[in-house]
Design a protein around this ligand. Structure first.
Ligand SMILES: Cc1cc2nc3c(=O)[nH]c(=O)nc-3n(C[C@H](O)[C@H](O)[C@H](O)COP(=O)(O)O)c2cc1C
Length: 311
């Protein structure tokens, strides 16, 4: 591989609960990430780690179209958690592991038992860590209801931690009154890291047709418009807990990533950014982070984590 001047001067590697990432950019769950081949393509684009699509117990088709819509400042989706089901997912994980970068298995369930079962299966498939999706804003009976209930968040985190040896990341919803309180509950339950944020409950209306655009009516909003909300959530979580944080929401550039890192994130995930740019966004953001660090005198990424907390 070609080694640039910046590579030698500035260290952008990061470690989350013992998992070392060559750079802090990760693929966000559910974005192009259902098949092993699409995950490999993202790895080639320079990602430091991959997160799978959220996988449940049974195969799910998801909602009817339209499920995806680009609006003025972001993307609205109500996919309805389409996925092949855990039993059919081993081959895809196997392919993704060929990338030689960490693969994180995202899972969603209706209750604690489902989460435990999915977690054990993903661990058997040799993923490096788990991401519990407790925060899908539009799939009835799943994430949303669970992620808003502090007792359920605690119960599920504790149960999954008790049933696997790999690190457990917990992905939180911004659609709550006090996200820091929920993050503290994850820390108490021995979760290893927080992923913030999932999409924001939102909708669009088609005035000509006088009806909601999405078949599901309500969806989740992502992309540039949600960056200030993601930053606020990461900042509040950092102030309230000692857990490593993976920041996600509206990251399209190296500067966006630097802002999340300064708010308190040790790594970032990129989802909608792939639709706005392409899969090379991971390499481009890494390069821009390096350039920023070099021009501002930061030698390691860790030095930059949470610096905005102190001002
Ligand atoms: C089309 C689409 C599908 C998504 N699917 C999932 C999913 O399966 N599991 C999950 O935890 N988050 C899912 N998300 C949320 C993203 O992982 C991410 O948290 C959110 O989009 C904010 O980041 P972004 O602004 O970079 O897209 C999805 C988002 C989009 C746009």
């Amino acid at each position: 591989m070609h080694i640039t001047f910046f590579d030698r001067m500035v260290d952008i590697s990061t470690t989350i609960s013992g998992i070392k990432l060559k750079n802090p950019t990760m693929l966000a769950a559910g974005i192009l990430g259902e098949t092993g081949d699409s995950l490999l393509k993202i790895a080639e684009g320079g990602a430091g780690a991959l997160v799978t699509k959220s996988i449940g117990i049974e195969p799910r088709e998801g909602y009817p179209n339209p499920t995806f819509l680009e609006t003025e400042h972001g993307i609205l989706n109500a996919m309805g958690l389409p996925n092949p089901g855990i039993e059919n997912y081993q081959e895809e994980v196997k392919k993704a592991l060929k990338s030689n970068i960490p693969v994180i298995g995202s899972i969603f369930g209706k209750n604690t038992q489902e989460f435990e079962l999915l977690a054990k299966k993903m661990e058997q498939y040799h993923v490096h860590a788990l991401e519990l999706n407790l925060s899908c804003p539009h799939a009835k009976g799943y994430g949303a209801e669970i992620g808003h209930d502090i007792n359920k968040v605690q119960e599920i985190t504790r149960a999954v931690k008790g049933s696997v040896k790999i690190p457990v990341f917990v992905k939180l919803s911004p659609n709550v009154g006090n996200i820091a309180e929920i993050a503290s509950a994850v820390q108490k339950s021995e979760g290893d890291a927080i992923v913030a944020i999932n999409t924001i409950r939102a909708m669009a209306i088609n005035a000509e047709l006088a009806r909601p655009n999405l078949a599901n009516k309500i969806g989740g909003y992502s992309g540039p418009a949600i960056k200030p909300i993601g930053l606020r959530c990461v900042y509040e979580i950092k102030a309230a807990t000692e857990l490593p944080i993976i920041g996600v929401g509206g990251i399209l550039s190296g500067m966006d990533a630097v802002e999340y890192i300064m708010a308190g994130a040790s790594a970032v995930q990129i989802g909608s950014g792939i639709y706005y740019k392409d899969e090379k966004i991971f390499a481009n953001i890494s390069k821009e982070i390096r350039e920023f660090m070099d021009s501002h005198g930061y030698k390691t990424l860790r030095e930059m984590v949470g610096v905005a907390q102190k001002r």
